[in-house]
Design a protein around this ligand. Structure first.
Ligand code: 3PG
Length: 307
């Protein structure tokens, strides 16, 4: 009997766990759930006899891979796979997949929700602002970016998009006005939603040179990864632009300094929760389970991210 491990330090909703169990029981596979673990050694131990692993942001590093002798496939139930050591996986001939698009509406709703919360002064009773008519820049127009645009258009925001890897027509089809550089996007938009992945090209790429281009009353919205922000630049922006606000699903390393010096100008979720809805958990978890069964039964490698 094939053995699958679902390792989620941040557990899926109960309904998603039931759905995942259903897919594997129908396929005749055994599934174990390792939830809420705190010690990475627990993951190493649990992975020892697994042929397949489903994770969220859980770290699959070379120690986990080395300990998992039977491992053939890892599926990241979500979009970003920067938590998986692709080199070590590929060396061991282990397939890595993600489940693109399955949690993107949840992330987009959080981005917009945080924008409203901040525009209304964190619901503190004072007079805030509306989003209607404001310019939003969507930086990277993949699944999350296009959902952010869709919701923002419903609020009658003016939505601009920049994505170096996407056809102009795809952005226009999604209702965005297409600009040709990140500099242009930041120069036009009072709100910027960051949807770029973290990689060698994007680490610390959101720097002061970009941020200072933003017009009056700028708000930066980060539901991507903290590593894409140059934190010295972030602090400089807070210091030099008293009108600047930062809202993020991932607290920066310099959080303490921001919370101390700039009350009312930031909001950080206590734990990354963009994808933390039952719907997203069901979509991404069940997609991951089906992808594993599809791989073992039909050699289906759709959504493979390593080569
Ligand atoms: C993703 O990359 O899919 C999102 O960041 C969600 O991550 P999570 O599954 O850890 O909530």
């Amino acid at each position: 009997m094939r053995k699958v491990l679902v390792a989620t330090e941040k557990p899926f909703a109960k309904s998603a766990v039931e759905g995942i169990s259903g897919v594997f029981s129908e396929a005749g596979y055994k599934v174990d759930f390792l939830e809420n673990y705190k010690d990475p050694d627990d993951l190493i131990k649990a992975a020892a006899d697994a042929e397949a692993i489903i994770v969220r942001s859980d770290i699959i590093n070379k120690e986990v891979i080395a300990a998992a002798d039977k491992l053939k496939i890892v599926v990241r139930a979500g979009a970003g796979y920067d938590n998986i050591d692709l080199v070590s996986a590929t060396d061991r001939n282990i397939l890595v997949m993600n489940t693109p698009g399955q949690n993107s509406n949840a992330v987009a709703e959080l981005a917009i929700g945080m924008m409203i919360y901040m525009a209304r002064n964190q619901f503190n009773g004072t007079s805030g602002n509306e989003l209607l008519g404001k310019r939003l820049g969507v930086y990277a127009c993949g699944n999350v970016g296009r959902n952010v645009a869709r919701i923002a258009l419903g609020l009658y925001m003016e939505v601009y998009g920049f994505d170096p890897f996407l056809e102009r027509s795809a952005m226009e089809y999604a209702g965005m006005k297409c600009v040709s550089s990140s500099e242009e996007l930041f120069g036009i938009c009072q709100y910027i939603s960051l949807n770029i992945p973290v990689n060698d090209d994007t680490i610390k790429s959101i720097d002061f040179k970009l941020l200072e281009r933003m017009p009056g009353n700028p708000t930066l919205v980060n539901t991507a990864r903290k590593e894409i922000i140059d934190e010295d630049s972030l602090l400089k922006m807070f210091a030099e632009r008293p009108d600047f606000k930062y809202i993020s699903d991932i607290a920066p390393d310099c959080m303490e300094e921001i919370t101390e010096k700039y009350p009312g100008r930031y909001f950080f979720t206590p734990k990354k929760m963009g994808a933390q809805t039952s719907e997203a958990n069901i979509n991404a978890g069940i997609a991951a389970a089906r992808q594993i069964v599809g791989f073992f039964e039909n050699d289906d490698r759709t959504y493979q991210v390593n080569t």
